[in-house]
Design a protein around this ligand. Structure first.
Ligand code: ADP
Ligand code: GLC
Length: 479
């Protein structure tokens, strides 16, 4: 039995800000249970809902040396849906309304978390063969493993995998502060190790020191080796290309399933969506205060409102788009300029646009189920889960061909009768608009063809089955 330990900063159902939480909360369930035992460590944030805190069991606490400080480490645990979770407790670091705050605080917070995650292992008597780290928040784990922990027999043979969910966020701060926060020797802060462009870089540390590096789609694994997508680390990605693997994310189909989803107005399947799906549209239109009309194409967006997701393209052509026979619903939070942009268009086109500027799992399900199409024109997209949710709910994705969007949405080909959605190549607002108009024309003029695309979209398999096997193969490579 191989023991695998996931270390991450968020995990469904306990705490989520984006797709990372979906992955950490679902992938561990899909490994072959005869061969792998997977446990997960996340912080015990103050903002984890009380409902979950009530189910945690206290394990122990101790003080951990961290540079010149001695820090309290509390350990809580819980079994949930067959997976064993540990929660690291420290009221100073994990207070706050959200998991992440100011970067200078997060830098110290996640140095603590990374070191604590390794430190609790002998205490809870769990000795993983492989430590699987996710994103910059855990980038120091492979570094610590090769540093002070290496001298202890308990850790000496542990291997590490670093998965990049988003290369944009690297955990960068000045060397002096990071050295002080981490306790790492100054010799670590050179350009072949943690230093990049004069600063200390956590993710770079993880990429340099991990035994294997993965990212969440094949195309993104290629893209990040180029300057445009490489976020200034493309040279490093090329240098590590022999150990860099792209494995596309899967979706937890027990959680995201239109047949059983309790949050939607009417359940439906690949067989009966023609007669059932529109009921979700009518319910959604009513809830959002849009005119109820089952014929009008309803276009959905559920997203963090950041530059990554292509909102400047939407801003540019929104007026033109609203001249079409279309309704648009946006659910998202993030940068103020985009929040205000959607509020503005919802005011200007109040019978066509609904802007829900907040976070709601429940409404997201209703949007995936109730819309006809889903727009995701990302500038870059390591994988993307929203388009996978849309596909499974028969809501056709309209995407830019980048990263995981390119790998998971097959563009409609009207001549061959293939494809599961619509896509465009260049980061250009009118190219996007042209693609949305094309989708509208298929929807209004060739409904039978549209429904066949829905058939194919709902049949596409992005469950974890395949991808979890690819991770298992990598674990085997590590011996
Ligand atoms: P990213 O991780 O870059 O944000 P993904 O597509 O991988 O993008 O995952 C985003 C996840 O967050 C999806 O599950 C999506 O439904 C969810 N999400 C984003 N914004 C909201 C919101 N405002 N309310 C509810 N869910 C949201
Ligand atoms: C990141 C990426 C997103 C990916 C998610 C989970 O947040 O932006 O594309 O799906 O991680 O891997």
């Amino acid at each position: 039995m191989k023991k695998i330990l996931f270390i991450a900063s968020e995990c469904v159902p306990f705490i989520k800000t984006g797709g990372l939480a979906d992955v950490i909360g679902s992938l561990p369930k899909y490994f072959n249970k005869e061969k792998y035992e997977v446990r997960v460590i996340i912080p015990n944030y103050h903002c984890i809902p009380q409902k979950w805190k009530d189910q945690m069991q206290y394990v122990t606490n101790f003080y951990m040396d961290m540079a010149w400080r001695s820090q309290y480490v509390g350990v809580m645990e819980m079994d949930y849906e067959g997976i064993h979770y540990y929660f690291i407790d420290n009221e100073y670091y994990f207070a706050g309304e959200k998991p992440y705050g100011y970067i200078h605080e997060d830098i110290e917070k996640f140095a603590f978390f990374s070191r604590a995650a390794l430190s609790i292992l002998p205490v809870v008597d769990y000795q993983p063969d492989i430590v699987h780290c996710h994103d910059w928040q855990t980038g120091l784990v492979p570094v610590y493993l090769k540093d002070s922990f290496h001298d202890s027999e308990f850790y000496a043979n542990m291997k590490s995998v670093m998965t990049i969910h988003n290369l944009k966020f690297q955990g960068v701060w000045n060397i002096r502060t990071v050295q002080d926060a981490t306790g790492l020797d100054m010799s670590y802060f050179t350009s072949d190790k943690l230093e990049a462009y004069g600063d200390a870089n956590y993710l770079k540390g993880g990429i340099v020191y991990a035994d294997l590096v993965t990212t969440v789609s094949n195309t993104y694994a290629q893209e990040i080796q180029t300057p445009f997508y490489g976020e200034h680390l493309d040279g490093l990605m090329r240098a590590r290309s022999a150990e860099l693997y792209g494995i596309v994310n899967g979706l937890d189909y027990t959680e995201w399933n239109p047949e059983t989803d309790m949050r939607i107005a009417a359940n439906y399947t690949a067989e009966n969506f023609r007669k059932q799906k529109f009921k979700n549209k009518l319910a959604l239109q009513k809830e959002l205060g849009l005119p109820q009309d089952k014929k009008t194409l309803l276009l959905g967006i559920v997203s963090r409102l950041t530059d990554q997701k292509g909102f400047d393209l939407i801003d540019c052509v929104m007026d033109e788009l609203c001249q079409e026979n279309i309704q648009i619903v946006v659910l998202g939070t993030g940068e103020e300029k985009y929040e205000n942009m959607f509020r503005h268009f919802a005011w200007k086109y109040d019978d066509k646009v609904a802007a829900c500027i907040y976070y709601s799992d429940e409404l997201s399900h209703k949007i995936y189920a109730g819309c006809d199409a889903f727009l995701m024109p990302s500038l870059f997209e390591p994988c993307g889960l929203s388009q996978l949710m849309s596909l499974h709910y028969g809501t056709l994705p309209i995407v830019r061909e980048t990263g995981g969007l390119k790998d998971t949405v097959e563009p409609y080909n009207e001549f061959e009768g293939t494809g599961t959605g619509f896509s465009f190549t260049n980061y250009n607002a009118h190219e996007m608009l042209g693609t949305v108009r094309y989708a509208l024309s298929v929807y209004y003029d060739k409904k039978r063809n549209w429904n066949k695309i829905v058939d194919r979209a709902m049949a596409a398999d992005f469950s974890w089955g395949n991808s979890s096997k690819q991770y298992e193969e990598l674990y085997e490579k590590l011996g």
